[in-house]
Every structure is written in structure tokens, then in C-alpha cells.
Design a protein around this ligand. Structure first.
Ligand code: THU
Length: 156
């Protein structure tokens, strides 16, 4: 099922929980380790009991080992709070030493991983990001970001 996608011109137009999570993601960019790309990404998750988990991208001199902020956040959540459900994920980015946000849609690998988390918890995960057209994008479910994503049903 393709879920709905909402676009917002201004961050202020989002609901207060989403705005709060975007601010948490912005704060998390301070912990990016991005000496190679100089692209600082922050992600924030809010769980069903209100817990917020934040993370930032972590790069490596062996480039393929770089890890996106979204996946750092998701794996930290799975390790520390396996029993809780993710309600929402926000992701933002800026170039190093730039205050202004850069548009940054989740990469395909992260979409695939978010989708599996959604399947694991059997409930949608809302995703908020600052899209390439400089509009805020909110999707009700990760499934909207990756139609026909690969899933465990392939093995059944
Ligand atoms: N990056 C993320 O953290 N999330 C994404 O969804 C896209 C890319 C990071 C990985 C790398 O450290 C830098 O941005 C440039 O690709």
C-alpha cells in the first residue's frame, strides 16, 4: 500500500511533536563524524513511551563503512529498547560549518532498513525530512518511501 505524503513549506506548519523531533535531529548533527563528506546528518526517533533517541552519521577512512545517521539511530534503538515501538523518525542535514539546513532525503539503504523496522513492529513509522525541493516532507509510513521494498516474504 502506498501511504500518503504531506508537504509543508515551513517547519512551523508541522505538528508540535514533529517540530520537536526535527529540533532534536538538528542538535544531533553536532555529533556527526563527517571529515570526508563534510555533510553532517542528524536523526531522531520518538518511541511510544516518549523516549527520544538521537544519532549522527559516522564516517570511516574506508568509505563504504560510513554509516548513515538514520541507521545509527535505528540500531541503537533496537539494542537499547527492543520492546518499544518507534512512532516517528526525523532526519536533517547541513554542510559542515553551515547553519542552514541542506535538503537531504533518506538514502535508499536507510529506506530499506526503516521498512524492516516497520515490519518488525507491525505498525507504521512516520518519517519527516527536508526534501530536495526545500519543502518538509512527512510520510505516514516508511512504505511510502520504498514501494516494493525487499522483505522477508521473499524467503517464504
Ligand atoms: N548520510 C546519512 O547520514 N543519511 C542519509 O540518508 C544519506 C547520507 C550520510 C552518509 C555520509 O556520511 C554522508 O551523509 C554523505 O553521504
Amino acid at each position: 500500500m502506498i501511504s500518503s505524503i504531506s508537504h509543508f513549506d515551513h517547519l512551523e506548519d508541522l505538528d508540535s511533536e514533529s517540530k520537536y523531533l526535527v529540533h532534536k535531529a538538528k542538535d544531533a548533527t553536532a555529533h556527526a563524524y563527517a571529515p570526508y563528506s563534510k555533510f553532517c546528518v542528524g536523526a531522531a526517533l520518538i518511541l511510544d513511551d516518549g523516549t527520544v533517541i538521537t544519532a549522527a552519521n559516522q564516517e570511516n577512512a574506508a568509505y563504504p563503512l560510513c554509516m548513515c545517521a538514520e541507521r545509527v539511530a535505528l540500531y541503537a534503538k533496537a539494542s537499547a529498547h527492543p520492546e518499544k515501538r518507534i512512532l516517528k523518525l526525523a532526519v536533517v542535514a547541513h554542510k559542515k560549518n553551515h547553519k542552514e539546513l541542506s535538503p537531504a532525503a533518506c538514502c535508499g539503504s536507510c529506506r530499506q532498513v526503516i521498512l524492516e523496522f516497520e515490519h518488525r513492529q507491525n505498525k507504521p513509522i512516520e518519517v519527516i525530512m527536508y526534501g530536495p525541493d526545500k519543502k518538509w516532507i512527512k510520510v505516514h509510513s516508511a512504505a511510502a518511501l520504498l514501494p516494493w521494498g525487499f522483505g522477508k516474504e521473499a524467503f517464504e
